[in-house]
Design a binder for this molecule. Structure first.
Ligand code: CUA
Length: 326
């Protein structure tokens, strides 16, 4: 997709560059001044010519726009069946985590023919995840999650680069993507994992004593986390927010940024107490907490609000105002 768009851009550019320069040379010779006394004939414009050279480039540029936008939308929307991989970048290495618990450094093993979604963040500065063979390049930013996806079609070993200058050893921040046949990948997966990402997150959840306040029912002092992922959360300022990875991360590291309606801002920040990888494990654990028939509590994020857009009518009158804390 990316290649075809690039070929089109190159073809248009080459056609006009060659055409314009060839015309310049031809006119320079054809209409050169032949004697000292020669005067050029006056020109009175040509409407049809004006329209022609406005409409054609407009059409060509609109093709670029529509085509480019469609490629962009495809790249920004991972397919639903994509396999999730978490990426944490730091000076100067790539740390990759599989859902099943495998952790890799500067290497990523994935099966062929399977879409892979990357959720990425950085511990320090801006990096960029660049796999030229997959036509994939996405910035990796500290303090937030970015996503990208690709679908490898041929088994093999592919270069991974950092494509954003990030300090002394930026050029050494490289790795390999191993695209494997599905059975090889299964064999690789079965080797040495210390529990899934979600179970590591559960352990962390216990270690950090999150469960003291976040009971997995509606009896705790803090919101029930069951089914919260993907739901619309009603905030105390009247606005609503979709509970995605970014929201969960912010709620762990900067809990006072968005207070769930009906709760007090009593949660301390866990900034500095949990690594980015740990946050991802917690996020994955919270995502795994599917609703299990817990009775919904009014006003807070509940399993029933998973199909949130249709419940908009239940929001307070001022819920239409956009969240201002972004
Ligand atoms: Cu990381 Cu350049």
């Amino acid at each position: 997709m990316v290649d075809h768009l690039l070929y089109y851009l190159l073809a248009v550019s080459a056609f006009f560059s060659i055409g314009i320069f060839a015309t310049i040379f031809y006119f320079a010779i054809r209409y050169r001044r032949r004697s000292e006394s020669e005067l050029p004939a006056p020109i009175h414009g040509a409407l049809s010519l004006e329209i022609l050279w406005s409409v054609i480039p407009f059409g060509l540029a609109m093709i670029m726009f529509v085509w480019g936008a469609s490629v962009y939308f495809t790249i920004s929307r991972p397919p639903d069946d994509a396999q999730q991989i978490y990426v944490v970048a730091k000076q100067w290495m790539w740390k990759l985590q599989h859902m099943e618990g495998q952790r890799e450094i500067n290497e990523l093993h994935i099966p062929v023919g399977q879409a892979v979604k990357l959720t990425m963040t950085s511990e320090d500065v801006i990096h960029s995840f660049f796999v030229p063979a997959f036509r994939t390049k996405a910035d990796v930013l500290p303090g937030r999650y970015t996503t990208t996806w690709f679908k490898p079609t041929t088994p093999g070993k592919y270069h991974l680069f950092c494509a954003e200058y990030c300090g002394t050893k930026h050029s050494g921040m490289i790795g390999w993507i191993y695209v494997m046949e599905p059975q090889d990948y299964q064999a690789w997966l079965s080797g040495g994992a210390s529990g899934s990402l979600a179970s590591s997150g559960e352990k962390l959840f216990q270690d950090l004593a999150c469960a003291n306040c976040h009971h997995l029912n509606d009896q705790g002092r803090c919101p029930n986390l069951r089914g919260v992922f993907g739901s619309q959360v009603q905030l105390s300022d009247g606005s609503q927010v979709k509970a995605d990875e970014e929201y969960l991360r912010e709620s762990i590291l900067n809990p006072s940024a968005k207070i769930v309606a009906g709760f007090q801002p009593i949660m301390p920040t866990f900034q500095g107490q949990v690594t980015e990888e740990g946050v991802l494990q917690l996020v994955e654990y919270i995502k795994s907490l599917t609703p299990t028939g817990a009775p919904p509590a009014s006003g807070t994020a509940t399993p029933g609000q998973r199909s949130a857009p249709r419940r908009r009518g239940t929001a307070p009158a001022n819920a239409g105002t956009e969240p201002s804390k972004r």
